[in-house]
Design a protein around this ligand. Structure first.
Ligand code: 9WN
Length: 459
């Protein structure tokens, strides 16, 4: 008997074909962007606004390269770790010799990293770090290349360097030995001008800095941090200089000392990956060390950072001994590291549903859309970011929340398909239809890399 073909069937198959072709075009464009932004051994986040190598960007970029050029994926990580300091610290920007020095501020001269005796002698870098995602990036490279001799060699080479980074963090950024590390600057969080930091800026005064903003020469002011916020960012760095960037002094005196749920989730997820890699490589001592770290970290994370009433993980202000008072998308990152119990994960799912404003918003806004400080176009104060969506998508999948995971994946692909490879995106679907483009930097590398990964998943 012939199966009945309805008009509905025809429409849905035509629609599937259109999406399939659009995704193929997306894939090609994404590869082009990565290759265009690639320099010798590393990739610029976006050529117009970020003219150097950034730490967590390189990790995300490697995930894209994995699918079509393993050498480039590996060299992205190798180049990053060439600038590792003697104490294991990995800086957040490497100012590779570049004629673009004048295009970014604060530059290498402002940081004067050489004040620290531990800084790199070969590369000019910042004195701040960024979320430690390299452990799980390494595991993904290993999954793709582990049966090739160069894959195994690469793991052998990178494992001790990443381990040294984790040792640095636990030994220098955990003054109360809780298994939770602190960040000393908003730029270390990756979520630079999130409203979650506002109350810290309100707790002290910073002088006004007079300098010409480079970022707003490329991106509209309404999409970037405010000038007054930059005063605080710069002042913190200046104030660290009098301690020659010694962490113990910074921990004792600085106004900014925060246990960030995103940063700590990335560390715990990286520990998990290193455990699996160490087991297969036969490093039992390392497995023991990593397990000890994670036991303590996960326990403290759950005891200290979960807010039962609001159903989400929070930032903890070590200076004031209390949570910071706003909810951000960093609170969902623990899903990626397997931190919440199934019960807590269910609660987080309802919060995510609330963030979607009954489907009127793309997931996942970077900041609570019901909060008065929400700003839909200003950087980390509301817009959707592809790297956060990617992390949350994988976290949701691990917890078996398939529908929400698919929604995030589809939202991400739709935004990029309709608006382009921007740095961040308008959450409000109606507004975004009118805009027809995203916000911030254009041809953005991690947007391209993670779109490749989403489209090539399991392939
Ligand atoms: C400061 C490069 C980086 C990202 C950060 C993002 C933004 C820098 C800036 O760009 O920060 O590090 O100058 O605004 O917030 O997450 O790594 O893409």
């Amino acid at each position: 008997m012939c199966p009945t073909i309805t008009v509905g069937h025809i429409f849905s198959s035509v629609y599937r074909n259109i999406v399939f072709m659009a995704n193929n075009r997306l894939l090609e464009k994404a590869k082009q962007i990565l290759l265009m932004n690639h320099r010798e051994g590393f990739t610029l986040p976006s050529t117009n606004i970020y003219p150097f190598q950034w730490k967590w960007d390189s990790g995300f970029v490697a995930l894209g390269f994995i699918h079509f050029n393993l050498d480039m994926a590996m060299s992205e990580m190798r180049t990053l770790f060439k600038a590792q300091w003697s104490n294991g610290f990995v800086p957040h920007i490497i100012f590779h010799d570049s004629p673009d020095e004048k295009k970014y501020f604060p530059n290498a001269a402002f940081y004067s990293a050489n004040l620290s005796p531990e800084s790199s002698k070969t590369y000019q870098t910042t004195t701040l770090t960024q979320p430690p995602i390299e452990g799980w990036v390494l595991e993904r490279i290993f999954k793709k290349a582990g049966n090739l001799p160069e894959g195994r060699k690469f793991v052998k080479e990178m494992f001790p360097k990443i381990m040294a980074q984790h040792e640095y963090l636990y030994n220098n950024r955990d003054p109360f030995d809780e298994g939770l590390v602190y960040i000393q600057h908003n730029w270390e969080s990756g979520t630079d001008n999130s409203p979650v930091w506002d109350e810290i800026w309100n707790s002290f005064d910073a002088p006004e800095y007079h300098f010409s903003r480079k970022d707003t020469q490329h991106v509209r002011e309404t999409q970037r941090p405010r000038q007054r916020e930059y005063d605080y960012y710069l002042y913190l760095i200046d104030s660290f200089k009098k301690y020659n960037y010694r962490d113990s002094d910074i921990a004792e005196h600085s106004h900014f000392l925060v246990q960030d749920p995103l940063f700590n989730s990335m560390l715990i997820a990286s520990n998990n990956s290193l455990i699996r890699l160490a087991e297969s490589a036969g490093y039992p001592e390392k497995v023991k060390q990593l397990r000890n770290w994670n036991r303590k970290s996960i326990q403290s994370f759950n005891d200290k950072l979960f807010d039962e009433k609001n159903g989400l993980y929070r930032h903890y202000n070590l200076r004031e001994n209390k949570w910071l008072s706003r909810l951000t998308s960093s609170g969902f990152a623990p899903l990626f590291a397997g931190i919440p119990s199934p019960d807590r994960a269910e609660k987080m799912l309802s919060v995510m549903d609330r963030f979607s404003k009954d489907g009127q918003y793309f997931l996942c806004p970077s900041f609570d859309p019901d909060d008065i400080r929400f700003e839909s176009q200003r950087y980390w104060r509301g817009p959707v970011w592809v790297n956060m969506n990617w992390l949350i998508y994988h976290g949701l999948k691990e917890y078996g929340f398939t529908d929400m995971a698919q929604k995030i994946r589809e939202n991400t692909l739709q935004m990029v398909r309709e608006q382009g490879f921007y740095e961040y995106f308008e959450p409000d679907k109606e507004k975004s239809k009118l805009l027809q483009k995203g916000y911030g930097g254009t041809d953005f590398s991690w947007t391209a890399a993670l779109i490749i990964d989403l489209l090539k998943e399991n392939k």
